[in-house]
Design a protein around this ligand. Structure first.
Ligand SMILES: NC(=O)C1=CN([C@@H]2O[C@H](COP(=O)(O)OP(=O)(O)OC[C@H]3O[C@@H](n4cnc5c(N)ncnc54)[C@H](OP(=O)(O)O)[C@@H]3O)[C@@H](O)[C@H]2O)C=CC1
Ligand SMILES: O=C(O)C1=N[C@H](C(=O)O)C[C@H](O)C1
Length: 254
C-alpha cells in the first residue's frame, strides 16, 4: 500500500524507545516510506487511522503489546510488531481480532527478530538439529532488557524441538540431579540460558553436540541498525499478506 506520493505512510508506536527511535530514523531515511505519527506511553492510539497511516511499527514492552495491536487492528491499519512476549493464546487473540477487522485484507506481521543473522541462525539450527543428540541455546543481551529468555531464543528452542520431533529424536541426554536454576529455562525440552552483560547488545549461540564433535551457530547483532533492513522489508511486505504472519523467514527466499 502507498499514498499518492508512492510512499508508505508509517506510524511508530514506542517511538522514543531504543528500537522505536531507530525505526523513526530508518523510515525517515528510506526513499519509499514516510513518517506519519510517533506515539509512546500515554498517547492515544486511536489517533492512528487509515486517513494518516498505512502501516504501524510497534516496538514497546511485552506487557502492553497485545493491547496495542488489538487497538490498532480495530483502527483499520496494518501492523508490524517487533515486541516480544507472544504466547499461543495472545496470537489467537490477534487472529480473532483480524477475523473481525474493519478491512477484510488487514494484516499483522510479528517477528521475534528482524536481523538477517538471527533469522538465519534460527533457520540453520532447524536444519542441523536432527543430526545431533544434544542441543542448548544461549542468548546474551544488554542488561536493560526486561524479558528473559529472549523472544528469539524461545523461537529457536521451538524450531529445534520441532526438528527433533520430526526426526523422531527423544529428550536431550542430561544426567543432572541437582540444578538450583543453573541449567536455564526449559523451553519445549530445550535448555535456554540468558546472559545479561553491560557491553552486549543482542547475541545468540546454538550449541549442538554429538560424541566427539560440536556445531556452534552464532548470531551477533552489535548495533540496532542491524534490525532495520528487516523492519523495512516487513513494512513493504505486510500489506500484501492478509491475516497474521509470523517470522521474517516468510519474506526471505530461504
Ligand atoms: N524483533 C526484533 O528484531 C527486536 C525486538 N526487540 C523487542 O522490542 C521491544 C522493545 O525493545 P526496546 O526498544 O529495547 O525497549 P525500550 O524500553 O527502549 O522501548 C520501549 C518503548 O515503548 C514505550 N511504551 C511503553 N508502554 C507503551 C504503551 N502502552 N504504548 C506505547 N508505547 C509504550 C516506552 O515508553 P516509556 O519508556 O515512556 O515507558 C519506550 O519508549 C522488546 O520487547 C524487545 O525485546 C528488540 C530488538 C529487536
Ligand atoms: O530486547 C532486545 O534487545 C532484543 N529483543 C528481541 C528478543 O527478545 O529476541 C530480539 C533481539 O534479541 C534484541
Amino acid at each position: 500500500m502507498a499514498n499518492e506520493t508512492g510512499r508508505i505512510r508509517v506510524s511508530v508506536v514506542g517511538a522514543k524507545g531504543r528500537m522505536g527511535a531507530n525505526v523513526v530514523k530508518a523510515v525517515t531515511d528510506a526513499a519509499d516510506t514516510e513518517l506519519a505519527l510517533t506515539l509512546d506511553a500515554g498517547n492515544d492510539l486511536t489517533e492512528i487511522s487509515p486517513d494518516n497511516t498505512d502501516v504501524v511499527v510497534e516496538f514497546t514492552v511485552p506487557s502492553v503489546s497485545l493491547s496495542n495491536v488489538l487497538t490498532l487492528i480495530s483502527q483499520g491499519v496494518d501492523v508490524v510488531v517487533g515486541t516480544t512476549g507472544w504466547t499461543d493464546d495472545k496470537l489467537d487473540q490477534v487472529r480473532a481480532a483480524l477475523a473481525n477487522a474493519p478491512r477484510a485484507d488487514q494484516a499483522v506481521f510479528i517477528a521475534p527478530n528482524f536481523a538477517i543473522s538471527a533469522v538465519l541462525a534460527d533457520y540453520f539450527a532447524g536444519l542441523a538439529a536432527k543430526y545431533f543428540e544434544s542441543a542448548e541455546v544461549v542468548e546474551l543481551h544488554h542488561p536493560n532488557k526486561v524479558d528473559a529468555p529472549s523472544g528469539t531464543a524461545i523461537h529457536t528452542a521451538h524450531t529445534i524441538a520441532d526438528a527433533r520431533r520430526a526426526a523422531g529424536l527423544g529428550p536431550v541426554p542430561d544426567a543432572t540431579e541437582t540444578d538450583g536454576g543453573s541449567r536455564g529455562q526449559v523451553v519445549d525440552g530445550i535448555h535456554v540460558h540468558a546472559v545479561r552483560l553491560r557491553g552486549l547488545n543482542a547475541h545468540e549461540e546454538v550449541l549442538l553436540g554429538n560424541p566427539g564433535e560440536q556445531l556452534s551457530i552464532r548470531s551477533d547483532c552489535f548495533d540496532r541498525g542491524s534490525f532495520m533492513p528487516g523492519v523495512l522489508l516487513a513494512v513493504r511486505k505486510v500489506s500484501g499478506h492478509a491475516g497474521l504472519t509470523i517470522g521474517l523467514d516468510t519474506f526471505l527466499d530461504l
